[in-house]
Design a protein around this ligand. Structure first.
Ligand code: HSE
Length: 413
């Protein structure tokens, strides 16, 4: 018999309890034992809930109950989740978590405690909602050196961008709909300013490249400045704008990593990933490209990943499954200025002929884009692939004859 506790009864927590009881019989078959949820921790009252007798407001009930062997942390945020998880692991309980902020900031430390205590710290639900990616990256792709990971990792922003592309909806109106549907975080800036994507790509890169990559110093741009005009130019290029997390191992073993909106070409497998769906492309040295696709946000998909981790933790009781990465210094991450990508640039000038001549002198051959009802004082073009510091220098020089209205990186494959 295994007893479980669930900490947090919000969207993911209530989904976790729902999925657990809906599929209890098959979960018991898969683990070969009886299972039950003994506690649900939440500060709110749920008197009408069929699980009312399981609620507690006291974390110590869970911590000090030796019957509880696995705890799901679905509270979110750093505090009190971090203190709770740390104490639980130190006490010899396995923890599964959907909390990307916690894993991205404290993963190396929590994994080390789990290893020392011979328990597990799993976090499949922290990236990609219901998509299995953490275990496949750790286990099924273990034979590979991972060269590159690129993902659409945030359901809310992908939903917003899809509404802008398909329906010509404004950013604000699409955000409101996403919040109504329960996709967006309480504070939408985590989604729309790219922090959520940044945390998720840091988790994937830490796992793939073996050393902790902390989100605080990663260059991160969100989608607030993406306009309907950019969306139209992207269409004329045969592409679509997506918010991506991107990480690549370079020759000296260091990692380049970035979160930003990108113009994704229709040659890319990420191009047709729409709505709340996420997709993660992993480039292995033996497998080539592998793409993981599915619902990246929402109550039941995320709960599915939490419950699967609960099953895994129960099946692996008494042995640490060695999900692991080392702690690291910041110099493991290469300077953002060295990242090499092409850019889409929208440039406004009173003298378009001069602007085009300047573009040619500065960037060489570029690909011009056009759109319906294009403003006479505006051009849009794709630069060659060049290093970030070079492109920034050229953009500064170009601004002597006008204004750069938008700049978005381009992802060709
Ligand atoms: N707000 C997140 C998203 C939830 O939209 O992807 C899942 O992590």
């Amino acid at each position: 018999m295994a007893k479980i506790a669930v900490m947090g009864y919000g969207v993911v927590g209530s989904g976790t309890v729902e999925v657990f009881y809906k599929n209890k019989a098959s979960l018991e078959r898969k683990t070969g034992q009886e299972l039950d949820i003994k506690y649900i921790l939440d500060l709110k009252e749920f008197p009408e809930s069929p699980y009312a007798d399981k609620f507690t407001k006291d974390f110590n009930d869970i911590l000090n109950d030796d019957e509880v062997s696995v705890v799901a942390e679905v509270i979110g945020g750093i505090n009190p989740a971090y203190t709770f998880v740390k104490q639980l692991l130190q006490k010899g309980k396995s923890v599964v978590s959907s909390n990307k902020e916690l894993v991205a900031k404290k993963g190396a430390e929590l994994l080390a405690i789990a290893k020392e205590k011979n328990v597990n710290f799993f976090f499949e639900a922290s990236v990609g909602g219901g998509i299995p990616i953490i275990q496949p990256l750790h286990q099924s792709l273990a034979a590979n050196e991972i060269n590159e990971i690129v993902g659409i990792l945030n359901g809310t922003t992908n939903y917003i961008l899809t509404k802008m592309i398909r329906e010509g909806d404004s950013f604000e109106s699409a955000l409101k709909t996403a919040q109504k549907l329960g996709y967006a975080e309480r504070d939408p800036s985590a989604d729309v300013d790219g922090h959520d994507t940044c945390r998720k790509i840091c988790i994937l890169a830490s796992l793939a490249f073996g050393r902790h990559i902390y989100p605080d110093n990663i260059h991160t741009e969100g989608i607030r400045n993406v306009t309907l005009e950019d969306v139209e130019y992207a269409e004329s290029f045969g592409g679509a704008i997506k918010l991506i997390g991107w990480a690549k191992q370079i020759d000296n073993g260091n990692v380049q990593i970035l979160t930003c909106p990108a113009l994704v070409s229709d040659e890319s497998q990420l191009y047709s990933v729409n709505d709340v769906f996420n997709a993660i492309l992993v480039r292995g040295d033996s497998t080539g490209d592998v793409v993981f696709y599915g619902k990246g946000a929402g109550k039941l998909p995320t709960a599915s990943a939490v419950v699967s981790d609960i099953v895994d933790a129960i099946k692996n009781k008494g042995k640490s499954k060695s999900l692991h990465w080392d702690d690291s210094e910041q110099d493991f991450v290469d300077s953002y200025e060295n990242i090499e990508l092409a850019s889409y640039i929208r440039f406004s000038s009173q003298d378009i002929l001069k602007a085009k001549s300047d573009v040619k002198n500065l960037f060489g051959e570029v690909q011009y884009l056009s759109k319906k009802h294009q403003n006479d004082s505006e051009i849009a073009f794709i630069t060659p692939v060049m290093k970030e510091y070079e492109i920034q220098k050229l953009c500064n020089e170009l601004e002597s004859s006008g204004t750069i209205v938008s700049r978005i990186r381009v992802l060709i494959d």
